[in-house]
Ligand binder design. Structure first.
Ligand code: SF4
Ligand code: SF4
Length: 282
């Protein structure tokens, strides 16, 4: 088995226990790197409590327009599939928050009227806790896309131990960016109607990307027929079922790591990690 293993933890929606699974998996893996790509609400550091934090700013590139050179052909506007450029007072202007920094508008401008500038869109905080490297991406308020911050977080992946990626919830392009390097995807789902609906979308995404995956059912109850039938019809491995537990809820609410406080949780995550490693080795 190769030394580097990358496990992405995903969920169809927020609040399903994705971060709970990610941080406890990282605790089980010990010599691990925890990469928090849930850049709009990065919470893993609250549980892992890293120290010796170093902060780095993340910048994105934005187009600038030279009024004197622009001939008003609108090729830049037609090209931008994100609709990030508008003609205002006879001059193209960019909406910084929705520009994805693809650089295409500069490429298509026939007269070289488009230049470049940079803007800070977020930060990366790196620290350690015991043997875990904790890397947290934080998107600045008002920014529409976390892709740039996520790609910077992923550059901190370790080449010789286990990487746990805490992905953004849902199935948007930020999730695609987060799982690109994953060897295996752990899909966390709560057995509610909304939870199952969103789970199917995220399952579709990882299948499209050709990633092997398995399911963790969080707050498990016996009434999960639709979810278990879907998994069985699609040959999706149910890796573990974590029943609702009030004490674990309290440990989480205090920002503590259940892996360290509760023996059953420790066993659950040690078994889960072993199962995932076995699945990757197949
Ligand atoms: S850099 Fe790309 S996304 Fe940004 S305005 Fe130009 S074409 Fe649109
Ligand atoms: S492509 Fe260049 S010349 Fe044409 S509108 Fe845009 S900036 Fe102006």
């Amino acid at each position: 088995m190769k030394n580097k293993l990358t496990i992405a933890v995903l969920s169809g929606k927020g609040g399903t226990g994705k971060t709970f699974v990610s941080v406890n998996l990282a605790a089980s893996a010990k010599n691990a790197t925890y990469l928090d790509c849930d850049v709009e609400e990065p919470n893993g550091h609250i549980f892992l409590k890293p120290v010796n934090i170093k902060t780095k700013e993340v910048f994105k590139t934005l187009p600038t327009f030279d009024k004197e050179k622009c001939i008003g052909c609108r090729k830049c506007i037609d090209f931008c599939r994100f609709n990030a450029i508008a003609f205002i007072k006879e001059t193209p202007q960019v909406f910084n928050e929705i520009c994805h920094s693809c650089g295409g508008c500069k490429f298509v401008c026939p007269v070289g009227a488009i230049g470049e500038t940079t803007k800070c869109v977020g930060t990366i905080q790196s620290g350690t806790t015991n043997d875990i490297n904790v890397v947290t991406g934080m998107l600045n308020l008002g920014e529409a896309s976390g892709v740039k911050v996520i790609s910077e977080v992923l550059k901190n992946s370790s080449d010789n131990n286990i990487n746990i990626i805490d992905c953004p919830p849902g199935s948007a392009c930020t999730v695609m960016e987060s799982v690109q390097t994953a060897d295996y995807c752990v899909l966390v789902v709560e057995p509610t109607i909304f939870g199952i609906h969103n789970f199917k979308m995220v399952y579709e995404l990882v299948t499209l990307l050709g990633k092997p995956c398995g399911v963790v059912i969080n707050k498990y109850t016996e009434e999960v027929n639709e979810l278990t039938s879907f998994c069985s019809e699609n040959n999706i491995e149910i890796l573990t079922k974590i029943p609702y537990n009030k004490e674990i809820g309290q440990i989480n609410a205090q920002g503590s790591l259940a892996y360290e406080k509760d023996k059953n949780t420790k066993n659950t995550f040690d078994n889960l990690l072993n199962k995932v490693i076995m699945e990757i080795s197949k």
